[in-house]
Design a protein around this ligand. Structure first.
Ligand code: ATP
Length: 498
């Protein structure tokens, strides 16, 4: 919006000049005035950049806002270890000099959003007692050539000046979204500006010297390491790449404990259960979960946050806010059977896997079953994937059994079931054996997929037919209450001891 206003302004000025020239006016005075205005604008935008970096600088260790220690980062034990080891050269300079080690100039943190990359960079700055300056790739990019490169120069010089002023002998520069300026050169349409900015970053990094008054370390973060220009990853630049993944169950537990510190919790709160039920959550999700639980407790005028609020907060973080819209009685009945269908097949195939079933309309969804998993899996067997397909198809199978018809509520389930079937074929676990998906004739591919889906649909149908009474009874319960917790569900299903 801002840059559009600028463009309109320039366009209007140009049109004015053309009009005046065409009308025979002497425009020398206007031209001089115009040059003056543009010069003032450039100086101001330059100083704004400096000001912006200045606002971020001076975050000296132990100052408010930069108290982050490695202990404040939950899970991520491997990235923490790698970082601490990489930072040794800044902490133990004498040994590094004695051994003639080349300084480490850049560390690249890669991983999904919200996993704690910024947090790790701050902890690294604190660990090395450096001045910390943060910026983001998108701040360097303007439509005017040369501005990005100028900002890169200013960033490095602001880091050095700030370190000297704060009497620190080192500075950590953090660049988030590095892929914006560090993307493969020649890829952008306005590539000249992007390329100049990246070139300037490479020049600045090449200029980092261990024997300078201020040692500079650049930590960059990205969700898309695959987009980066190889020149950035060359030795002497970002030659240390640290993978920051989604936390496992132990990591999630640690993050929950960190973010609940100082919060009033009921004694019965069991973070183990919450960590088990939040597979796929990032640190940012878990922080938000604790916050949502506190909001729910406040809404209920409670003074302590309980397990109930924490459980509900999981649903809120995954699915969004509860909606006022209440479906009609018939629709609720159908949704209840659909969700309980998923639940029963899940529980029979993987005892203990149902955490809760909800039929509250939230966000985009009308109902949902939360499955829990004791351990995070990294590889999946054929049986696991086939069972997952059966669980996904169980919703529509239940509808068919009770109402003799399916509904559109299963379309997402079908999409996921198809995706898993494709995975089965691709990894050589289908009837077809090891095949190349690209080379597989369409008809054969279709036949294999249909075969997989049909077998799993029959499996789900067999299970539900044998539990028809439970399906009806639990659906009636959930229609009334809107939600059923895993332990009550198991009791009603008669599998509580399994
Ligand atoms: P992005 O890629 O979107 O920039 P990021 O990986 O840099 O995200 P952060 O900005 O470090 O993520 O974290 C976002 C929020 O989530 C922070 O407020 C932080 O407190 C919390 N958080 C994320 N990961 C962790 C973690 N491992 N331990 C504790 N808190 C975390």
């Amino acid at each position: 919006m801002h840059s559009m206003a600028k463009e309109v302004g320039f366009g209007a000025a140009l049109a004015g000049i053309i009009y005046l020239v065409a009308s025979g006016y002497d425009i020398t005075v206007f031209l001089l005035l115009g040059i003056l205005v543009v010069a003032i604008w450039f100086i101001r935008s330059g100083s704004a950049t400096v000001k912006r970096f200045k606002n971020m600088e001076g975050n000296r260790p132990n100052r408010e806002g930069l108290k982050i220690q490695f202990d404040d980062v939950g899970g991520q034990e491997v990235p923490k270890r790698e970082l601490i080891e990489a930072l040794k050269f800044m902490v133990d300079l004498e040994n590094v000099k004695r051994l003639g080690i080349k300084p480490l100039k850049g560390i690249l943190l890669t991983g999904p959003p919200g996993t704690g990359k910024t947090l790790l960079a701050k902890a690294a700055a604190n660990h090395t007692r450096s001045v910390f300056i943060a910026s983001s790739g998108s701040e360097f990019i303007e439509m005017y050539a040369g501005v990005g490169a100028q900002r890169v120069r200013q960033l490095f010089s602001a880091a050095r000046t700030s370190a000297l002023r704060e009497k620190c002998d080192s500075a950590t520069i953090f660049i988030d979204e590095i892929e914006v300026i560090g993307g493969k050169r020649g890829r952008h349409t306005s590539h000249l500006e992007y390329d100049q900015t990246l070139n300037q970053l490479l020049v600045e990094m090449d200029g980092i010297n261990l024997y300078d008054d201020v040692k500079v370390l650049v930590i960059a973060a990205t969700n898309r390491a695959d987009l980066l220009d190889p020149a950035l990853l060359r030795p002497g630049r970002f030659d240390r790449i640290v993978q920051v993944n989604l936390p496992d169950k132990k990591g999630r537990l640690h993050i929950l404990e960190i973010h609940s510190k100082g919060k009033p919790l009921e004694n019965s709160v069991d973070f183990n259960e919450i960590a088990r039920d939040t597979l796929g959550f990032s640190g940012a999700h878990l922080e938000s979960l604790i916050n949502e639980a506190a909001i729910l407790a406040m809404r209920k005028s409670k003074t302590l946050i309980g397990q109930e609020e924490l459980r509900e907060a999981i649903d809120k973080v995954i699915m969004g806010e509860k909606l006022d819209r209440r479906p009609g009685k018939e629709e609720i009945d159908r949704i209840a059977h659909h969700e309980v269908g998923h639940g029963i097949v899940s529980e029979v195939l993987r005892p203990g896997s149902v955490s809760a079933i909800t039929i509250m309309p939230r966000g985009q969804s009308l109902g949902y079953i939360r499955q829990s998993q004791e351990e995070d899996s990294h590889i999946y067997t054929r049986t696991y994937l086939e069972n997952q397909i059966a669980i996904l198809l169980a919703g529509s199978v239940a509808e068919e059994l009770i109402f003799a018809s399916k509904s559109t509520s299963s379309s997402k389930d079908f999409e996921q079931a198809l995706e898993i079937s494709r995975k089965l074929i691709k990894s050589g676990m289908s009837e077809a054996g090891i095949v190349d998906l690209e080379e597989l004739p369409k008809e054969l591919y279709h036949e294999i997929i249909t075969g997989i889906l049909k077998t799993q649909e029959e499996k789900a149908s067999g299970i539900l037919k044998s539990k028809l009474d439970a399906l009806k009874e639990i659906s009636a319960f959930i229609t009334e209450s809107g939600r059923i917790e895993g332990d009550i569900f198991r009791k009603m299903l008669g599998t509580e001891d399994t």
